[in-house]
Design a protein around this ligand. Structure first.
Ligand SMILES: NC(=O)C1=CN([C@@H]2O[C@H](COP(=O)(O)OP(=O)(O)OC[C@H]3O[C@@H](n4cnc5c(N)ncnc54)[C@H](OP(=O)(O)O)[C@@H]3O)[C@@H](O)[C@H]2O)C=CC1
Ligand SMILES: Nc1nc(=O)c2c([nH]1)NC[C@@H]1CN(c3ccc(C(=O)N[C@@H](CCC(=O)O)C(=O)O)cc3)C=[N+]21
Length: 289
């Protein structure tokens, strides 16, 4: 029988470190600041925003939300991004995705300053995770997955990892980060044939598809570590993941819950990235000397 591995413990350990890093910066007269740019008021954006603001406050990071109408024209949104890029008081920028259809993500992604891009929207940061360049910013949720695996001492090197989902926010970058940890990685998606047989070879199974409780025990290898990234609402309006935890707990060695799993670590990674951006913009590690 596997155990439920909570994200909160991982987040708490990280928070403690981040709080002391902010203290050091404050002594130098520097306070890190996150800007959230939100178009419209989509429920999942608001859920992330609420968690992010709460986490920033807890860690001592300043935050601001700029909300734009759902119908904002592309050139106006781009000039807002440019304004934020140039604002010296802002260290990190988070822009929620996906966008309404008048905004072309493939154009806008080039506008955010890579050194403020704390959730890996810019192609420069996407390239940096491909290249394993430590100066970049990996996306927060995929980094949270790796943070959890490391905290619970799940071996990745040489192990078989299967990721279900291939979005730029979750699936693809998770796969790349697992590869960077020397796992042998397979990516499944909506066109994959016979997913249960592919997934049941995985020592590590990461699921981010946005389908409530879609993954059952047929997908699980005996002793696998299962990371459930999905955040959905079930028929009773309660939060639930993409994994049917009750059905999978027996076979797996460990499994993350929803809520209280990956989501709680994601916002701590976001805070970590804002602090990293702030340090880099203020002369790198020399400020510690
Ligand atoms: N915990 C956290 O902090 C976060 C959680 N999330 C959650 O993670 C989930 C995924 O988010 P996101 O990646 O943005 O979603 P997207 O809708 O952008 O992508 C979903 C991916 O899953 C694949 N997929 C969908 N249905 C199936 C299926 N039945 N079988 C196999 N593959 C499938 C799609 O395949 P294809 O490419 O072929 O269409 C696609 O690649 C959501 O529940 C979201 O709420 C997201 C961000 C942060
Ligand atoms: N550029 C970008 N990056 C994202 O990562 C991104 C995005 N855009 N757009 C929206 C989706 C959705 N998403 C959520 C994250 C946390 C909760 C959530 O509920 N979090 C709770 C915790 C949930 C739990 O405990 O598991 C919290 O932080 O308190 C919901 C949704 C991120 N997304």
């Amino acid at each position: 029988m596997g155990k439920i591995i909570k994200g909160k413990i991982v987040a708490d350990a990280l928070n403690e470190k981040l709080i002391s890093e902010v203290e050091i910066l404050k002594k130098k007269g520097i306070i890190p600041k996150l800007l959230i740019m939100r178009v419209g008021s989509n429920g999942s954006d608001l859920a992330y925003e609420k968690g992010a603001l709460k986490k920033c406050k807890k860690i001592g990071i300043l935050s601001e939300v700029r909300e734009f109408p759902e119908t904002i024209p592309q050139d106006e949104f781009i000039s807002e991004i440019k304004k934020a890029n140039e604002d010296k008081a802002i260290n990190g920028i988070l822009i929620f995705r996906p966008f309404p259809k008048q905004l072309n993500e493939n154009l806008i992604k080039y506008e955010i300053a890579p050194d403020k891009d704390v959730d890996c929207f810019s192609p420069v940061n996407v390239a940096k995770i491909m290249e394993k360049d430590p100066t970049g910013f990996s996306p927060c949720t995929p980094s949270a997955v790796i943070e959890i695996l490391k905290y619970y001492n799940v071996p990745m090197k040489g192990r078989r990892a299967v990721v279900i989902g291939r979005s730029m926010v979750v699936g693809k970058p998770v796969a790349m980060l697992l590869l960077n940890e020397n796992a042998t990685v397979t990516i499944c998606h909506s066109k994959t044939e016979d997913m249960p047989s592919v997934c049941s070879q995985a020592d590590i199974l990461v699921v981010g598809i946005g389908r409530a409780k879609a993954v059952n025990s047929q997908y699980i290898k005996e002793g696998a570590a299962v990371i459930d990234v999905g955040i959905n609402t079930d028929e009773n309006g309660n939060l639930c993941g993409d994994v049917d935890t009750e059905d999978c707990i027996e076979k797996s060695s460990m499994i993350t819950p929803v809520p209280g799993g990956v989501g709680s670590v994601t916002t701590s990674i976001l805070a970590k990235h804002v602090i990293k951006a702030c340090r880099q913009q203020n002369g790198g590690d020399s400020i510690y000397e």
